[in-house]
Ligand binder design. Structure first.
Ligand SMILES: [Zn+2]
Length: 292
């Protein structure tokens, strides 16, 4: 699968969509290629690094974050860089360092993030819906604490090797990034993609990993979070049934539960949110780049 992905990247480069200055002209000891759907907030960027020699370590920095790398083949390394939903447009650098013997090879590549206008919906609703009761607030805080801990210690190795898969066959709507204003109060943007699947539809794990959450939460209802390793997490929300428990290891495409309408929803659907080293990205961008 890895060889296939590398081949795909080369095809994209050859088509001229992604022309890296580092790949033009004489071969450099360290070259950086990037693949993406678009360089806008909420998108995944796959960074592929080719290093001559046998580097002991390859480090990648982007958006002021240390991005873990993984070796895909002899001399080939990869890093998954998320452009957060709220990332300001502008010019950013992907900086790469490779230790080859006592030498440190350095190279950087500019990413110019252009604006993306996410839809805004303004709603007038029952104030009780916007302002939770003290008891609900206590529960919400406990959930937040639990989630912060679940995301705090990602597995230090990559737990997946197959392609990412669509968790349900249903259509995805364009809800990712939507800003909601309830009774004039802005809410945090919608950090996932909603798949319109009927209640009871089996949900496949988007890829292999370890289950770090399989419980009922106030906003997201029955929720599964899968740690894919190296800072990548999938959240699957609003399930009617959980078929895994915390601590379980799951394979790609394993059925983890059923679509439902639990938590704060208006109808059954699957909410899939993907976090990549803290950046909230549209899971559809991961399917486009890391799917089959
Ligand atoms: Zn959603």
């Amino acid at each position: 699968m890895i060889a296939t992905s590398v081949r795909c990247l080369r095809v994209v480069v050859a088509s001229g969509l992604l022309l890296s200055r580092a790949t033009v002209g004489r071969a450099a000891p360290l070259t950086i290629d990037t693949a993406y759907r678009s360089l806008t907030p909420g998108e995944l960027v796959v960074v592929t690094v080719k290093v001559d020699g046998a580097p002991s370590t390859v480090r990648v920095n982007a958006f002021r974050r240390v991005i873990p790398t993984f070796k895909t083949d002899e001399g080939w390394w990869r890093a998954l860089v998320g452009i957060d939903l709220d990332q300001r447009p502008g010019r950013y650098l992907v900086e790469v360092e490779a230790d080859v013997g006592s030498t440190v090879l350095r190279q950087s590549r500019a990413l110019v993030v252009t604006p993306h206008k996410f839809p805004t919906r303004t709603l007038r609703v029952n104030p009780a819906f916007v302002n939770p009761s003290p008891a609900e607030l206590t529960r919400i805080r406990a959930d937040q604490q639990f989630l912060a801990e679940a995301y705090a210690r990602p597995a230090p190795t990559r737990l997946w090797s197959a392609s990412f898969v669509r968790p349900v066959p249903g259509e995805a709507n364009s809800s990712f990034g939507t800003r909601s204003v309830f009774n004039g109060e802005p809410r945090s943007p919608h950090g996932g993609t909603d798949f319109l699947s009927p209640s009871g539809t089996p949900i496949k794990s988007p890829n292999a990993g370890r289950v770090v959450c399989a419980r009922d939460l106030y906003f997201t209802g029955n929720t599964i979070i899968i740690d894919h390793g190296l800072g990548m997490f999938s959240m699957l929300a609003h399930l009617s049934r959980l078929d895994v428990k915390e601590g379980d290891t799951v394979r790609e495409s394993q059925i983890v539960g059923l679509v439902g309408a639990t938590g704060r929803v208006t109808g059954p659907h699957l909410h899939w949110a993907l976090t990549v080293n803290g950046a909230r990205v549209d899971p559809l961008s991961a399917l486009a780049l890391l799917g089959n």
